[in-house]
Design a protein around this ligand. Structure first.
Ligand code: CP
Ligand code: NVA
Length: 306
């Protein structure tokens, strides 16, 4: 049995493959627009384990599998043995004998690693407390479509040093851009994740200084899934970190704004920015579908380009 290829963080694929995957996602998007039927995953099944809520991730993976001629099974802890304590390793052994790939959204990153270590089929991280690599594929595709290669650009991350921020740090390494991270004290990304990116990443306390002349401004919710009870405390800590029109005015004149969504207008981003001309969040959300189709094609060994 060959070892399956997993996608647990952006570091699992070399930069050349990531760049090819983005180009392939753009091709697949055009094929959908043109009404081309392309079913490389006919009779293949994706298992989708969701221990946290989702709109975009669930629908994009499920729709992507349907478009590819395959099928997706939604599995929640509420109605599977996963929620009743069956070990993750046993679930991996069993599920991976029945399906052709597994996508997992959970809390602890260790859990997707443990699942992958015991899986016969590719495992995709669909968000953990530490990383959200699928979102970065969509973000990088969106950038490429609108502005070309990401290499040499500067991105400002404004807000929490969370799973999305960690994936932006990995993206800075893989796609070769500079990342300014503006976080209030106490909400920094993990030091080892930052250190591994070296001087590609710089930490700021002043969000206005962080966005000065950057090409892309990105933010995310102040309280991630699992941190709901910290919402009030976090709203105070992050009060000066809302992405506003005044903040966008400090960025480069043609700067774009991205947010993985769901967004809270009036908290991490003003309505004026989220719904304004520099915001590309709807295209970014759509690209989850196309980028993940390119990923499924690759991991399931159907990518002629790889
Ligand atoms: N951006 C994202 O992952 O959205 P969902 O939580 O709706 O899947
Ligand atoms: N940081 C957010 C991202 C949601 C897509 C969370 O983990 O809840």
């Amino acid at each position: 049995m060959t070892t399956p290829r997993h996608f647990l963080t952006l570091l699992d694929l070399p930069p050349e493959t990531l760049n090819r995957l983005i180009l392939r996602a753009i091709e697949l998007k055009q094929m959908v627009r043109d009404g081309v039927i392309y079913e490389p995953l006919k009779n293949r099944v994706l298992g989708m384990i969701f221990e946290k809520s989702s709109t975009r991730t669930r629908v994009s993976f499920e729709a992507g599998m349907a478009q590819f001629g395959g099928h997706a099974i939604f599995l929640s802890p509420r109605d599977t043995q996963l929620g009743r304590g069956e070990p993750i390793e046993d679930s991996a052994r069993v599920l991976s004998r029945m399906v052709d790939a597994v996508m997992i959204r959970t809390y602890e990153h260790d859990k997707v690693e443990a699942f992958a270590a015991h899986s016969r089929v590719p495992v995709i991280n669909a968000l953990t407390d530490l990383y959200h690599p699928c979102q970065l594929l969509a973000d990088m595709q969106t950038w490429y479509e609108l502005r070309g290669p990401m290499a040499g650009k500067t991105v400002a991350w404004v807000g929490d040093g969370n799973n999305m921020c960690h994936s932006y740090i990995n993206a800075a390494r893989q796609f070769d851009f500079k990342l300014h991270i503006a976080c209030p004290e106490g909400y920094d990304p993990l030091p080892d994740v930052m250190a591994a990116a070296g001087d590609r990443v710089a930490l700021f306390r002043d969000p206005l200084a962080a966005v000065d002349d950057v090409d892309l401004v990105v933010t995310d919710v102040w309280a991630s899934m699992g941190q709901e009870e910290e919402q009030t405390l976090r709203a105070l800590a992050f009060a000066d970190f809302q992405v506003t029109g005044a903040m966008m005015a400090r960025a480069a004149p043609d700067a774009l704004f991205m947010h993985c969504l769901p967004a809270h207008r009036g908290e991490e981003v003003s309505a004026e920015v989220l719904d304004g001309p520099q915001s590309v969040v709807w295209e970014e959300a759509e690209n989850r579908l196309h980028a993940q189709k390119a990923l499924l094609e690759l991991l399931m060994g159907m990518a002629e380009w790889a």
